[in-house]
Design a protein around this ligand. Structure first.
Ligand SMILES: *[C@@H]1O[C@H](CO)[C@@H](O)[C@H](O)[C@H]1NC(C)=O
Ligand SMILES: *[C@@H]1O[C@H](CO)[C@@H](O)[C@H](O)[C@H]1NC(C)=O
Ligand SMILES: *[C@@H]1O[C@H](CO)[C@@H](O)[C@H](O)[C@H]1NC(C)=O
Length: 531
């Protein structure tokens, strides 16, 4: 089945690409208009576009709209919602028309309306949109300068103290050899969820499913039980102690952003009110835990390497082109980070081939179409070489997150009456054998291989979350999410065939478990700590 399955999903991907492009064009116009009206919704970010899998006649496409951040300088005020992160809008689309042209699809920024909007008044143009909450009444001008000061403070001592390091013994004893990816989901409503949706002010409304109208909450109550060992419960205090004076950064696409939001919620309870906030700095979103002089960050780089999709202003959806061997502009931002967690997958999935700029080419026009898996290998090799040459393994731990699965075809898991993932309230508990969700396992194996072998000097831990997540058809945001910045309305919610997002995950939920895997690995290793 493997070949047939793969081929099918690849073809589907190609078809969906066209739909996504067409949509992008239309949407760009809408958001430009919207942007004019609502300059307030600035905070945003990034731009994501992705994929879909098509089965037979049933073409469905799901596009993740990216959000680019509006140039801060033009914005008089800043608002943010959950404070959390980039706004991503998921806009599934059923029909595919290749005729519409993507007009430089930009300014998707002001999409999501802030959830519990806290408005800070900005008194001057600032390169950093700071949101602090509480206290909510803070004037951004003040906040900004405080923040800058704190940053400087935080950085300098770090360097000065670099000479005095102590080795912190592992806090946990889960052996590196225990494969945490193999196991089963166990219902556990006493320990889970690890935090409550309404208690984490940093969640964006993309992921607050209950608030957005989801009725069942069983999806929050599953513990992952590895076959050969056990994972501990997440201890925020313990983890923040490990992060003291450090930077933790997720790098990649919107799934990694989903995981970043989860991590922020997992740790934030250990930080006192008023000592934590989220800021937006270009392609970066940063959670600051002031008391710990620590940050948990997300850096947007959907292909890891440079591409023509990285710059909001010259972004083209239709003609997405990557520079498979050029990573420097992004990677500069990864230097000095203590924990780096990478991923890249979903943006690869809507075309069979990738457009790759020729080495030494001067313009984007000079590119070749390269088979997806080949381009993926090249990109990962570029990335691993950078890691190998630039990371100090004594200081920085590097992880690569495997692919997060999509759940778009309920017939695959034996629910012919299902509509995408919309009617799923339970994980697949007794499923034996493979599940054909359209995962590109070649890419999985390629990433695993490169992580293990292409960076001999710096260990890269490949974190397999794919199989465990495949069982979690119940965990996606489905229709309880946002589109163009707004929570889906009743009519849209009633049409999951068009609107359900079966790519991203509700929080609390599945990404918490991914983070628990990171937590387990990190705390089971000794670490260098600055005194
Ligand atoms: C946990 O689930 C069981 C079985 O559904 C139920 O009887 C019990 O009341 C639940 N406990 C809590 C704390 O929700
Ligand atoms: C963070 O760094 C600042 C500046 O060096 C220092 O004054 C403060 O004590 C540190 N905070 C903690 C909790 O370590
Ligand atoms: C695995 O990666 C290594 C190093 O990058 C490479 O030499 C080798 O050919 C790869 N093997 C497979 C099966 O992809």
């Amino acid at each position: 089945m493997s070949l047939a399955g793969r081929r099918k999903s690849s073809l589907a991907g190609a078809g969906a690409g066209a739909g996504a492009d067409a949509f992008g064009a239309k949407h760009a116009v809408t958001s430009l208009r919207k942007g004019g009206r609502l300059p307030v919704y600035v905070a945003s970010v990034f731009f994501v576009l992705c994929v879909i899998v098509m089965y037979g006649e049933d073409i469905r496409s799901l596009t993740i709209e990216p959000l680019t951040r509006v140039p801060e300088l033009t914005v008089p005020a800043t608002t943010t919602g959950g404070g959390g992160g980039g706004r991503q809008v998921v806009v599934p689309r059923r029909d595919i028309s290749a005729s519409e042209k993507p007009a430089a699809a930009l300014h998707h920024s002001e999409q999501e309306k802030p959830k519990h909007a806290v408005t800070t008044t900005k008194t001057e143009p600032a390169p950093v949109a700071v949101v602090e909450k509480p206290p909510q009444s803070k004037v951004a001008g003040t906040t900004k300068s405080q923040k800058k000061t704190s940053k400087k403070k935080a950085k300098k001592p770090r360097r000065q103290r670099a000479a005095k390091k102590t080795v912190v013994p592992p806090a946990l004893g889960v052996p590196e050899t225990c494969d945490l990816s193999k196991g089963r989901w166990v219902f556990d409503n006493t320990s889970y969820p690890l935090y409550r949706e309404e208690e984490c002010q940093f969640l964006t409304s993309q992921v607050t499913c209950m608030k957005n109208g989801r009725r069942d909450d069983t999806y929050q109550k599953w513990r992952w039980q590895p076959k050969d060992c056990s994972m501990p419960r997440f201890d925020a205090k313990l983890f923040m102690e490990r992060l003291r004076g450090k930077r933790f950064m997720f790098v990649g696409d919107s799934l990694n952003r989903n995981q970043w939001e989860s991590m922020v919620c997992l740790v934030q309870s250990a930080v006192s009110p008023g000592k934590k906030y989220v800021s937006w700095e270009g392609q970066r979103v940063v959670f600051h835990a002031w008391e710990f002089n620590a940050t948990v960050e997300f850096y947007w780089a959907p292909f890891l390497v440079e591409s023509n999709s990285d710059d909001p202003k010259i972004h083209s959806i239709q003609h997405r082109i990557i520079k498979a061997d050029t990573i420097g502009a992004h990677a500069e931002n990864w230097r000095g980070v203590d924990y780096l967690v990478f991923n890249t997958y979903i943006w690869w999935m809507n075309t069979l081939d990738m457009k790759v700029m020729r080495p030494g080419a001067k313009s984007w026009e000079e590119h070749d179409e390269v088979v997806r898996i080949e381009a993926y290998r090249k990109v990962l090799t570029t990335w691993a070489n950078w890691v190998n040459d630039n990371i100090d393994p004594a200081r920085t731990s590097v992880f690569f997150m495997s692919m997060s699965p999509l759940h778009i075809s309920p017939q695959v898991w034996g629910n012919p009456d299902g509509i995408r993932c919309a009617k799923e309230t339970m994980p697949l508990l007794d499923w034996h054998g493979p599940l054909w969700l359209g995962m590109d396992w070649d890419m999985f194996h390629q990433a695993k291989n490169v992580s293990r072998r292409a960076s001999p000097r710096v260990p890269i831990t490949f974190v397999d979350i794919t199989t465990m997540s495949e069982r979690r058809k119940d965990g996606h945001t489905s229709v309880h999410t946002i589109r163009q910045g707004k929570v889906l309305g009743p009519e849209e919610q009633a049409d999951p065939g068009t609107y359900a997002d079966c790519i991203h995950w509700c929080l609390p939920g599945v990404p918490d478990i991914w983070n628990l895997v990171l937590y387990t690995r990190i705390l089971s290793r000794p670490a260098l700590q600055l005194e």
